[in-house]
Design a protein around this ligand. Structure first.
Ligand code: URA
Length: 500
């Protein structure tokens, strides 16, 4: 029996060298025992740019092929290992299964004798290896998605740390991804197998750690939870899929995970409410009038139109093409004589399903900002510049698309009608499309916000950032500043309107 001692659990190079030597000597797979020498761990440096690693025991890559073997007379026998097998082996080595090195050597042995083996979908050894490779690649994907850094208190310069327990030994493999993603940040990721640390220039790997070595909670947690709750769409809830994507084993380290049971429990109720809120079909009178208006635009300035009529008529609006792909029009809602009108861009996915403005992620963030500004949403008339959801399908998702100038122009007719009926003193326009809907002009938000702009009829326009912009913008400082300005602008609108 031959015993091979590898330098680490992920020592692909060591396995490769040993396999080459064993093959050359003609040692059959069942005569080899593969073990790992635990005290050989050395700290090492991983090249940050590479997709793969080159640390202690991790592959530096032998090039596309390995050649080894001797014929029955002891002469070198050319045998080229197919590149797909090398790729597979580099993945399989990271699997936690104790059989991985032996399985790979067995496959290598067999490949020489059965050249078609690599393409045989029914072979049990190949199937096992492919399943292991899939597991490893899934574990790498989950690690990229679920590592959450926490600020380490009292350490200068600012340093972040994360504890993570990957399903397989993918830490070094995935580390360059984090170095690219968080280049400007000092961080380390602690796992039971290995720790990786990035100081802005060099990625270092060292021995595995204990969960107690990592900080547990910091102020960022609340931010994660707010963000997660705000992007959660109950109409799209599928708990089975959700757990496939975010398996329970990762929940412990995810600040947002503690919200999940609650969100699941309330999701059904919220979806029922959405379905119940679907609009009633417009009455025949309204339908006829709306169709006439859509055809010849003959609504006059003084047409007696109630908000309910306007809402119903919007359901049959054909002033542009956006109605074709939308579930329904989303009219404005709020008191008939609200002093403040809040205008957004257009309904999003949840608004389109529920028929109500600002009830999705952007709406929840707006609600949060309103609460901070002590602004009572129930007193405002909340609407959008465009009443139908413009989007494009991406798999099962519907991705928001910004309405174009023509669509905003077509829908101004409805916004004007709402303005005529509500007669607000103050209009708070959120984002560029809202400004265009209200004024017919483009204005940069950064320059237009902060002070009221006088409109005809003594109406004051307050311009601010759209909450979706806050959800999208990646830079945390920019996000925090824009959020504070949104709160400020809500306060300004409230004071101009005589209290919201
Ligand atoms: N974004 C908007 O502009 N309006 C909504 O109603 C929802 C999201």
């Amino acid at each position: 029996m031959r015993v091979v001692r590898l330098a680490s659990e992920i020592d692909f190079d060591g396995w490769r060298k040993a396999a080459r030597a064993l093959r050359a000597e003609g040692v059959a797979p069942d005569a080899v025992v593969w073990t790992v020498e635990y005290d050989l761990f050395e700290s090492a440096v991983i090249p940050a740019k590479a997709g793969t690693t080159a640390s202690a025991g991790v592959s530096g890559g032998p090039g596309p092929t390995l050649r080894f073997g001797r014929d029955d007379n002891g002469r070198e026998k050319p045998f080229t290992v197919p590149k797909p097998f090398i790729d597979l082996a580099e993945q399989v080595v990271l699997h936690r299964s104790g059989e991985r090195f032996a399985l790979l050597y067995k496959l290598l042995w067999r490949l020489e004798r059965e050249p078609g083996l690599i393409d045989n979908p029914a072979d049990p050894d190949m199937t096992r290896a492919r399943d292991m490779a899939k597991g490893v690649s899934r574990a790498a994907h989950k690690m990229k998605a679920f590592v959450r850094f926490r600020l380490v208190e009292g350490v200068e310069p600012e340093t972040y740390m994360a504890w993570f327990e990957p399903a397989h030994r993918v830490t070094e493999r995935v580390a360059p991804f984090f170095a690219r993603r968080f280049t400007g940040m000092r961080w380390s990721i602690l796992t039971p197998d290995a720790c990786v640390a990035w100081d802005g220039e060099v990625l270092k790997v060292s021995e595995g750690a204990d969960p107690a070595d990592a900080p547990r909670e910091d102020a960022q947690e609340e931010l994660w939870r707010t963000y997660y709750a705000s992007i959660f769409n109950p109409a799209r809830l599928n708990p089975r899929m959700m757990q496939q994507e975010m398996p329970k084993r990762y929940w412990r380290n995810l600040p947002e995970a503690r919200l999940i049971p609650d969100l699941i429990e309330t999701a059904r109720r919220r979806t029922d409410e959405m379905v119940a809120a679907r609009p009633n079909p417009p009455s025949e009178r309204v339908l006829k009038a709306a169709l006439r208006h859509a055809r010849d635009g003959s609504y006059g300035e003084n047409d007696p139109l109630t908000l309910e009529d306007a809402a119903a008529a919007q359901q049959v609006c054909r002033r542009c093409d956006l109605w074709r792909d939308a579930t329904q029009a989303v009219p404005g809602e709020g008191p008939m004589r609200a002093r403040i009108m809040i205008v957004g861009e257009q309904p999003g996915d949840e608004e389109d399903l529920s028929g109500r403005p600002f009830v999705g992620p952007a709406g929840r963030l707006l609600d949060k900002a309103m609460a901070e500004a002590d602004f009572d949403r129930r007193k405002a008339f909340v609407t959008n510049a465009v009443k139908h959801f413009k989007h494009e399908p991406r798999g099962k998702a519907r991705l928001h698309k910004t309405p174009d100038r023509g669509e905003v122009q077509a829908c101004r007719w409805w916004l004007d009608a709402e303005r005529r009926m509500v007669k607000p003193r103050v209009i708070l326009a959120l984002g560029a499309t809202a400004v265009m809907g209200v004024t017919g002009k483009s204005m940069p938000i950064a320059k237009s916000r902060g002070a009221p702009i006088a409109l005809d009829g003594g109406v004051q326009l307050v311009v601010s950032w759209h909450p979706s912009y806050l959800l999208r913008v990646p830079d945390a400082d920019v996000k925090a500043r824009a959020y504070a300005q949104l709160v400020e602008d809500l306060r300004l609108a409230k004071s101009l309107g005589g209290g919201g």
